[in-house]
Every structure is written in C-alpha cells, then in structure tokens.
Design a protein around this ligand. Structure first.
Ligand code: SF4
Length: 372
C-alpha cells in the first residue's frame, strides 16, 4: 500500500533537497536525453521543480512541448465532468460542497442524469467524468452502478471522481462499464491534510492514499492523480505525487495514468489560498511533469482563464476539460450559482475551445483511443 511508502519519505528533508538544487543541476537535466517512458530520476525531477529552474523556463517549455508532440502528436483530448450530486458529509475548507456551507443541495435522479447526458452527447462529448460528493448511502455504489449501466450504452468512456471505494465496489462498477477513476490526494503533507479536512471520512488520509492500490488491483484502466495546487508548497507536493505515480506504475504497469493540475484561484469565495501558485510557477510545474513522465496524460482544468489556457495548451498538456458546469444538472436544469463547487475561469463552449485549438494546429479529439 502506498501509505507505507509515504511513511519512508520525510517532507522536510525532501523540501530542503529541492531547494538546494542549483542551476548546474538543472542544466545537466536539460542537456541530457529525456527517457521516453518516464524514467527520469527523482533527483532530476527535484531540480526541475526547484527555484533554480526558474531561469530555464523557456528551455523547459520547448523540451516539454516537443516531448508532448512526439508522444501525442497534435491531439488534444477534450472531456467534461457531469456533476451528479453536491451532497457531502465532509468539511473541506476549500470546497463549495463542504457540509458546513449553506448551499442548495441537489442529487440528480436517473431521468435528470439522462437529460444532462443527452445534452452533452448532442454537443459531441464522448468521454464523461461523473462527479459526486461523499454520502455513500445516497450516492454510493447502487446509485453509481445504475447510472453507469445506462450511460455506458451511449458513451464509450465513463470515469468517476468520487470518494475512495472498496475493491469490490470498483469491481462492480467495472462490470457496469467503468473505465477510469480520478482521486486527487489534495496534499501529501499529513499536517496540511488535517488542517483542510475538518470533518467526515475524508479525514482518513491513509484511506485516500491507498484507494489507487485498490483500483489497480481490480484493473481500473486509467487512474487519475493530482494535488490541489495552492494548499501546500507545490514543489514538494508534486514531488510526493511523483512518488505515488511511480509506485503505481511499478505495481500496475498495464494501467494508464493521468495527472490533473487543479489550481486554487485567489478569488475562490470565502477561502484564502494558503500558498498561491503564480502563473510562471504553474508553467514550470507543467513542464517539469512532462519531462518527468512523457507518457502520462496531463490535464488542464477550466479553473484557469481562457486567456491562460490558450497559451498553456502549447507547453505540455494533452487533455483539457471543456464546457464545464460545476453544479448538478448545470446544463439541463440551468446554471445555479448556489449549487456550485467552484467558479470556472474558461466559460467557452466546446466548439469555441475546439476552434481555438484548431487555430493553434491541434486536432481536438473527443474520444481517447490510446488505451486500445
Ligand atoms: S472536496 Fe469532496 S469531500 Fe470535500 S467537501 Fe468537496 S465534495 Fe465533499
């Protein structure tokens, strides 16, 4: 289990090691051939994440873009989340769905899910990410199994972003047509983790850390990792997430992996971002990840503004969310700010984003065939 591996890593030692990297360390990494299948040593990853790498951003971006082009061609995967419910029994300081927030709660019925899905299908989406909060007795296995059973008839790829489940649950959902699972650790620092997860089952950090092992054991085809950028030092959290990825790749080598890059925006309502990530740092992070693992799907969120996404899509990501509503039924029932998880920064439609990508020489794709 990864929690055992994590116990061998010391946050403070790793932090010091990252900050001790020099310009020469960075130069050495950039002068060498980047291994094609994600074998960059951790010491090199630390150099790319370090403050010493900041002056080399242009060089990193060029290498990252070239590696992305070599692995993924000119494709850019587009997908959208479908929010099923904003019920949640947890209190997470940064989330609009937190149990302590007085918001309008809504769980979609099967008919409402199908209405929402029909709209997304008509828009052209083929890959859906189903999202719920954490109330297993209402939006747990039976609810998800029924919805996946119906949606799998119309969508070739169904993934979920839901609380950690047991192995038997993943197995049951795979039988209904589940393809992938995203489960972001938020932060790998145990102290910070407890500061931001105040109540509910999410306080159990080890349970969350070990859920990807359970997914891998059951043969989930794609596992999505990530940290919530802005909670802790992004350099150290990303290094730890890199350890998590490598651990999983070694144990579950047939699985594909993705990495999401959700960045808390300073404007998030009622929440002061503890360690905001500046735009330049964000670019460094994307390029460092691409050089660390040329094979992983790197996902750019609609939390970022349209202006920034137009530029960031060129430096190393190969997947983007599009046309996002972060409240249940946001497409079919109409937008409702009182039910939202967070504000999106890019409000463009799927067609507008696809046009922007085509103008930049990308082929937007709505179905990821890479796993076949
Ligand atoms: S982050 Fe997830 S678990 Fe936490 S309050 Fe939001 S929906 Fe619930």
């Amino acid at each position: 289990m990864f929690s055992n591996e994590l116990a061998l890593l010391n946050w403070e030692q790793e932090r010091k090691s990252i900050y001790a990297k020099s310009a020469d360390d960075v130069r050495k990494v950039l002068a060498s051939e980047i291994p094609a299948m994600g074998q960059l040593p951790f010491e090199d990853f630390k150099a790319l994440l370090s403050p010493a790498a900041a002056p080399f951003l242009e060089n990193m971006a060029q290498k990252s873009a070239a590696l992305t082009r070599r692995r993924f061609g000119n494709t850019m995967q587009l997908f959208t989340p479908l929010y099923l419910s904003n019920l949640c029994s947890n209190s997470c300081t940064y989330c609009g769905f937190s149990a302590s927030n007085r918001i309008s709660r809504k769980t979609l019925s099967l008919e409402e899910v199908l209405d929402e899905a029909r709209i997304l299908k008509d828009k052209g989406f083929k890959h859906l990410l189903l999202v719920t909060g954490d109330v297993p007795r209402k939006v747990g296995l039976p609810y998800l199994a029924q919805i996946i059973r119906f949606l799998a008839q119309a969508f070739p790829q169904i993934s979920i972003e839901v609380p950690p489940m047991e192995e038997a649950d993943y197995q049951a959902l795979i039988a209904e047509g589940l393809y992938g699972v995203c489960l972001y650790q938020e932060t790998y620092n145990p102290v910070c983790y407890r500061q931001h997860h105040l109540k509910g089952s999410k306080r159990d950090m080890a349970n969350r850390l070990n859920a990807p092992d359970k997914m891998g054991n059951q043969g989930v085809q794609k596992i999505g990792l990530g940290v919530l950028l802005g909670l802790e030092d992004w350099r150290v959290d990303s290094l730890f997430c890199g350890h998590h990825l490598r651990y999983l790749q070694q144990h579950f080598w047939k699985t594909r992996y993705s990495l999401s890059l959700p960045r808390l925006q300073p404007s998030s309502a009622d929440f002061q971002v503890p360690k905001p990530v500046a735009d330049r740092d964000f670019v460094q992070l994307i390029t460092a990840w691409r050089l660390f693992d040329p094979d992983i799907d790197l996902i750019l969120s609609t939390r970022e503004s349209a202006r920034l996404r137009d530029r960031l899509c060129r430096v190393g990501v190969n997947a983007m969310s599009a046309d996002v509503r972060t409240e249940p039924g946001g497409h079919a029932l109409g937008e409702n700010a009182k039910r939202r998880q967070f504000e999106v920064g890019d409000h463009r439609s799927l067609n507008e984003i696809a046009d922007m990508l085509k103008c930049q020489g990308f082929s937007p794709i709505l179905k990821d065939w890479g796993w076949l």
